[in-house]
Ligand binder design. Structure first.
Ligand code: SAH
Length: 489
């Protein structure tokens, strides 16, 4: 059966809820939020309902159900656990032509309450006509993730300007363009940032402008380590609205899959051997698409501000007056640590963690090795495979104990994740022996010993002695403190 959807204006209208339990409380609360004059009829009611009665927001008719309760009601909800009583309420309501909903009983109901996504005044209601409430709930969850909470304020703003927009753009096509621009351009972006006053000012300015120019913008989005479950909701929304996506090679196909179907996808990743876009070319592409009025998503693996050159791209955009937003992502260090079972800090073993990049000799040369070699801290080394031998040598030379454990995580958080463990003494040797390839992240420090004990994802770590995971105590006893701790002069 197909239901006819309506949105009821219940403001100051009498509604009866029969039942005084938790379900009745939920229904009454939702009805009150819609401004209804709610009466709850039941012998006893929950403390929550009692509170509402005391506050004067709700009327309570104590006692057994009586048909007189139906007088004046526009709607009735039967929320008791007594099937016969619910059926009687439904029958009497039908006789009086009052719409009735019996909770969880579509057969007895003359109206149903949909699953809703509330971005008031914007409300999305979903019904499966009673056929599959669980499916309706699933759809609700999906939509809930897609719709930013700033849609509420956006709808309010549109309501305030509606008459003026109509006057300013009497032509329907022009008006549509204006609304598209209002809902997807800078005004919406300001509301997402919670800048209500600035959004209103920008809307005013747009209303005064002579023509509706589509304003391009760039959202710098962190795609996380690859698993789409680790993308943020905000990142997902940006992908859903994108006209163009400029992405790195590190971004997984599964994440790209989530983007708007007709969005243009451009890979600008750096792939050994193949042509890759230089940073200048990437800047030029960003500018070209944004200036053409498109919504551009610049999608980067992990977090855009961690060894991602995101800062440079934003500086370039700022210099060219292109509006931008940044959506953080789960950086490789966090994803690899989580998926290898290595807490980056630990009360007993590491009070700080450093994110370090070591992708070439020059980047190794500028590192402060004394600081890096200090004990009781964790190093998360990005882009380290080629530089591992140098890294090992320097750390040892600057006093980091040879017994310091490491976990080298290849393809962290992906289905083909591998974790190689060992100690600083044999770091590069083991990486080579196991042919560890990029992308791989090195976690070095006392905490890395946990990889052998807390592993939960992917293949078990390949350690020195398979089957005998290293014990934390062994490492604690290691004579790290016996080494002179060198401090910077
Ligand atoms: N902005 C990214 C880092 C870019 S630098 C972020 O925040 O994660 C690229 C380096 O990140 C790789 O060389 C590797 O060291 C690390 N990396 C990225 N994804 C990884 C993964 N899934 N597993 C292991 N290391 C990864």
């Amino acid at each position: 059966m197909k239901l006819y959807p309506i949105f009821a204006d219940l403001a100051r209208r009498a509604v009866l809820v029969v039942g005084g339990g938790a379900v009745a409380e939920r229904k009454a609360t939702a009805l009150l939020a819609a401004g209804a004059q709610v009466t709850v009829g039941a012998p006893t009611v929950t403390p929550g309902l009692q509170r509402l009665v005391r506050q004067g927001r709700l009327a309570h008719r104590a006692g057994e159900f009586s048909p007189a309760w139906l007088d004046y009601a526009w709607l009735v909800i039967a929320a008791t656990d007594d099937h016969a009583l619910n059926a009687r309420v439904a029958e009497l309501a039908a006789l009086r032509r009052v719409f009735v909903n019996v909770v969880d009983d579509a057969g007895l109901s003359s109206f149903q309450v949909p699953a809703v996504i509330d971005r008031a005044p914007l409300v999305v209601a979903i019904s499966s006509g009673g056929a599959a409430p669980m499916l309706a709930r699933l759809v609700r969850e999906r939509l809930e993730t897609l719709l930013d909470h700033s849609l509420g304020p956006l709808a309010q703003l549109a309501a305030r300007l509606r008459k003026r927009i109509r006057r300013r753009h009497p032509d329907l096509a022009a008006r549509r363009r204006f609304y598209t621009q209002l809902f997807t351009g800078p005004v919406a972006a300001l509301l997402r940032k919670g800048q209500t006053a600035q959004a209103a000012a920008a809307a005013e300015q747009a209303l005064r402008a002579a023509v509706v120019e589509p304003a391009g913008s760039v959202v710098l989005v962190g795609a996380g380590p690859g698993d789409p479950g680790l993308l943020t909701l905000r990142g997902l929304r940006a992908l859903n609205e994108a006209d163009v996506i400029l992405h790195d090679r590190l971004v997984s196909a599964e994440v790209l899959e989530l983007a708007r179907r007709d969005a243009e996808r451009i890979e600008v990743g750096k792939q050994a051997g193949n042509h890759h876009a230089t940073q200048d070319e990437i800047h030029a592409l960003l500018l070209e698409h944004a200036q053409a009025g498109r919504r551009v998503v610049r999608l980067k693996g992990g977090d855009p501000f961690v060894f991602g050159r995101g800062g440079e791209e934003l500086e370039f955009l700022r210099d060219h007056g292109i509006p931008y937003e940044v959506v953080p992502g789960i950086t490789a260090a966090l994803a690899c640590a989580a998926h290898a079972g290595v807490p980056l800090t630990h009360r007993d073993h590491a009070q700080s963690v450093r994110f370090v990049t070591a992708h070439c000799r020059e980047s190794l040369d500028v590192l402060d090795w004394r600081a890096l070699a200090q004990e009781r801290q964790t190093l998360a080394v990005y882009m380290g495979v080629a530089g591992l031998a140098d890294l090992q040598r320097q750390l040892l030379a600057h006093g980091r104990a040879a017994t310091t454990p490491f976990a080298l995580v290849e393809n962290g958080s992906r289905t083909n994740q591998r974790v190689v463990t060992g100690t600083l003494a044999d770091l590069s040797e083991r990486a080579e022996a196991h042919a560890v390839h990029s992308p791989a992240l090195l976690i070095l420090g006392e905490v890395a010993v946990m990889a052998g004990r807390l592993a939960w994802f992917g293949a078990p770590p390949v350690g020195e002695a398979p089957g005998a995971p290293p014990r934390l105590r062994t490492v604690r006893a290691a004579p790290i403190t016996a080494q002179p701790v060198r401090r910077r002069a």
